[in-house]
Structures are given as C-alpha cells and as structure tokens.
Design a binder for this molecule. Structure first.
Ligand SMILES: Cc1ncc(C[n+]2csc(CCOP(=O)(O)OP(=O)(O)O)c2C)c(N)n1
Ligand SMILES: [Mg+2]
Length: 338
C-alpha cells in the first residue's frame, strides 16, 4: 500500500473540523472493511463470524467525528464501525478479527470484544446494554478528575430494556456525568421487531430521568454528526448526559450465521426501501465525482493492506494463553485479607 493511505487515516481521524469528505471517508471505510471481513468469514479466515454494521455506518462516523482524540467510546457486539471511526488502525482491527498477535487486543478478543486504549476505545461489552454502565463509571471518573473528557456509549434498541442501561441513565442524570447515550435504533433485536418488545419509546426513557433526548436520522452522517456535536458541547460544558435515538437500519444479517440459515423475519421490500437511503450514497452525493473517486481508491488500498497485514501476521503463541487474564502486581491491603 502507499503508506500515505494509512497516514491519512490517522491524520483525518483526529481532525477537529469535520468536512463532508471526512464523513464520507469514514462511512466508506467501514462499509468496505466489513464487506471484506464477511468474505474472510466465508473463507474461514475469521472464525465464528461477525455482527456486521453495514447500513448503520453513519452512526459510528457521525458520533466519533464529534469526539476529540481523548474522548472515550464504549461499544457493543456490533463494534467494527466504532473502532474504525474512532481512529483504530484498520490493519490491526482486521488482525484482531482474524485472531492474530498484531491485533488491537493481541488477537485475544476477536470481533466481539475489541478494545483499543490508544484511541479511547475502552472495550466492547456483548452483555447487551452493559457497556453503558461501564461508560457511566468512566464518565463519572472524568468529571471527578475534571479532565474534560466525554464518553459515548453505543447500544442497540434491544438494550433499552436492560436493567443496567436504565440504572446507568439514572446515575448519569443524578451525577450529571459527561456521557452520550447513543441508541442505534435499527428496529430489531436479533429477529424481533422493536414494537414487539418495547413499551414506550427510546426518548421516553430519557425523559423519565430528565435527560435531554433527540431523535436523529441515522442514515445521514451529517445529521448524526450535528446532533452528536450538540450533545458533546453539553457534556463538555458540564450540562450532563444526552440520549440520541438514532434511527437506522442494518442491511445485512444480525450475525453472519444468518448467511447460512435463512431466517425470515424481514420482508425484502423493507430492506430495499431502507437501501434507498444508503448512508454511503447519502454522504457521497455531497462530494464531487473526482473527490469521491480519489477517496474510494484510497479506501480500497487501505482495506486491501489491512487484509494482507492480517493474513501475514502470526497467531498468538499458545504458551501465553493465560497472560492478561488477571491483574498482576496487586496486593491486598494489610488487615483486609490475611
Ligand atoms: C443481556 C443479554 N441478553 C441477550 C443477549 C443475546 N443477544 C446478543 S445481540 C442481541 C440483540 C441485541 O439487539 P440490539 O440491542 O437492538 O442490538 P442490534 O443487534 O440490533 O445491533 C441479543 C438479544 C446478550 N448478548 N446479552
Ligand atoms: Mg437493534
């Protein structure tokens, strides 16, 4: 690869000024990265499958573009977009998905548990809704330290019924912590439509705790970015948490397992209707053809290099399988434990 494609990824990921090109680049990278990852699942190079976020790219791109480098993200099972949009190196994310020692978590986390402290990605919690609770703790620590950091937690609409999520809303409001609750409202939890499991609404849950909430067009990266920027401003200036109900849709499976077992829970015309508002096309239409072509080419190089890098990387040494499982160097305080 021209090394400059990676350099540009790093450089653009930390720009403060958010241009249409940057947002397009971000959604396009997530799309192409995941399309290639799905191919690697089919080829057996990625074991166990992935939860693709294809169709939902605008959420990760818009929110992360509103965050500063030092800000923190807590993610969930559908996390590749969050990692890439926050600035993780695509080569090391792909290496993580393929279980290589060069991955962002040294190949020990795989697709489900990505974490990359270097870019403020404090982990992905697959116990649905629980990442928000960790995020409230991080946001509380940030407000006590007065370090100005903001924490964004991404959850799905299915997570909005989880006790831990509701407890987080309560404490985040009570302590006025700098947290943005981002609900990626894609209309389904696995195969169940939201209307069959949710009483009330996503924004109604925020209202119960006096948390300002906004419903956002999740197919438009610019609209997501603008709403997220308002929430970041509020959080950073001491105004406390915000909830964004980002209405979006996943074009692909809940999990790549679905590619082998056809689960009939959505009609083809519903998917086709949402595809008309493909976030990559929505954002791409804001660029002239030459800029779009240049970025597409750069992304192709970046993703091809990520696949090559991952496949050329070694697997972790089995001898170190127990490393990192427990904290080391901690001693019980005298008098607490004998
Ligand atoms: C507490 C808990 N219950 C159930 C599951 C199994 N599970 C994994 S993903 C998922 C659906 C979550 O739906 P949503 O929060 O809307 O996110 P989406 O998959 O739509 O992005 C479920 C039920 C889990 N991981 N954790
Ligand atoms: Mg959902």
């Amino acid at each position: 690869m021209a090394r400059s494609a990676l350099d540009r990824h790093v450089e653009i990921s930390s720009l403060v000024d958010v241009s249409d090109e940057r947002l397009y680049r971000s959604v396009r990278l997530i799309r192409r990265f995941e399309e290639c990852a799905i191919e690697l699942v089919r080829a057996g190079v990625i074991g166990g499958g992935i939860h693709p976020c294809i169709g939902q790219e605008a959420v990760a791109a818009g929110v992360c573009a509103a965050l500063a480098d030092a800000d923190v993200v807590l993610s969930n099972h559908r996390n590749h977009g969050h990692a890439l949009a926050k600035g993780s190196d695509p080569r090391r994310v792909m290496a993580e998905l393929t279980g290589r020692a060069t991955g962002i978590a040294q190949g020990r986390a795989g697709s489900l548990h990505v974490a990359d402290y270097a870019v403020g990605l404090y982990g992905a919690t697959i116990t649905v809704g629980h990442g928000a609770a960790i995020a409230t703790g991080v946001a509380w620590a940030a407000s006590r330290a007065g370090d100005g950091r903001v924490v964004a937690s991404f959850v799905g609409d299915g997570a909005m019924n989880q006790g831990a999520l509701l407890e987080s809303l309560n404490l985040a409001a009570l302590w006025r912590v700098p947290q943005i609750f981002v609900c990626e409202n894609n209309g389904y939890a696995t195969t169940q439509a939201t209307g069959t499991f949710m009483a009330g609404s996503v924004t109604g849950r925020a209202a119960a705790f006096d948390i300002p909430a906004e419903q956002v067009d999740g197919m438009d990266p610019r609209a997501v970015h603008e709403a997220a920027a308002r929430a970041v401003d509020r959080a950073r200036s001491g105004g406390g948490p915000t909830l964004l109900d980002v209405v979006t849709y996943r074009f692909d499976a809940h999990h790549t397992f679905e590619h082998r077992v056809r689960l009939r829970y959505r009609e083809a015309d519903e998917i086709a209707r949402w595809r008309e508002r493909d976030p990559v096309a929505v954002q791409g239409a804001r660029l002239d053809a030459a800029a779009r072509e240049r970025i597409d080419q750069e992304i192709e190089e970046l993703v091809a290099e990520a696949v090559r890098f991952a496949q050329d990387s070694p697997k972790p040494d089995p001898a170190g399988a127990l490393d990192h499982l427990y904290a080391t160097g901690m001693r019980p305080r005298a008098g607490v434990v004998n």
